[in-house]
Design a protein around this ligand. Structure first.
Ligand code: ATP
Ligand code: NCN
Length: 192
């Protein structure tokens, strides 16, 4: 049995935090599957094909020495239950760990068929600055059948939203910043 981490993101755009998460997972798990997807709860500023391209650029980082990262466009489903169904077909021998930041804990009970989802994966929560992990919320997930672990990982306080609002390229990895410049994405538009 191998351990497989599943990390999906809207990647609009992917930041240095996403990069750190992927590097850490690559060191801790036998294999890591990543994908960019549309989020049923959000609208996105950039077409999925660009977000997928930018996410793949994270894999070029020399901090990812292990050859165990898989970008997989077939996993790119808005509903994670569908992603997990596909992952189970592809890696039938794997124990699955669904990775989410702690900011997603309060909304997880509203995900599509969440109890079915939680019965098929372990949950690995990555602490996010500004999103404290509250025990009652974890208990609620456990009551829904979740097996929860907390990652021992310290991440920068950066977000895709902050990038979209300020275009501060320090929150991006250099290949992603170059891609955005080349494709002229997230161009500042003053509509006032
Ligand atoms: N700085 C961070 N620390 C911890 N987890 C993070 C961080 N940034 C993103 N994540 C986690 O990575 C996953 C994908 O995040 P997402 O692509 O939505 O980034 P985001 O910065 O939250 O985007 P947006 O600002 O557009 O909502 C989610 O599980 C999220 O919780
Ligand atoms: O399955 C759901 O109902 C569901 C609801 C919201 C978000 N998700 C998934 O959660 C992952 C992270 O989303 P995001 O926007 O926080 O990067 C991404 O793969 C989404 O498809 C899934």
């Amino acid at each position: 049995m191998i351990t497989l981490a599943l990390f999906g993101t809207s990647a609009d755009p992917p930041t240095k935090a996403h990069q750190k998460i992927v590097s850490w997972l690559s060191q801790k798990f036998d294999a890591v599957a990543i994908w960019a997807s549309d989020n049923p709860f959000k609208s996105h500023q950039t077409p999925l094909r660009h977000r997928s391209q930018m996410l793949q650029l994270l894999m070029e980082d020399p901090d990812n020495p292990r050859n165990n990262l898989y970008f997989d466009a077939e996993l790119s489903q808005p509903r994670t239950l569908e992603t997990v169904r596909i992952a189970r077909q592809k890696w039938p021998e794997a124990e699955l760990y669904l990775v989410i930041g702690s900011d997603l804990i309060p909304q997880l009970p509203r995900w599509y068929h969440v109890e079915d989802l939680l019965s098929q994966v372990n949950l690995l929560v990555v602490p996010r600055p500004g999103a404290p992990i509250r025990e009652p919320e974890l208990d609620r997930l456990r009551q829904m059948g979740a097996s929860v672990a907390i990652a021992d990982l310290h991440l920068p306080d950066v977000s895709s939203t902050a990038y979209r609002q300020t275009q501060t390229s320090q929150v991006l990895t250099p290949p992603v910043a170059r891609y955005i410049q080349r494709e002229n994405l997230y161009a500042y538009q003053d509509v006032s």
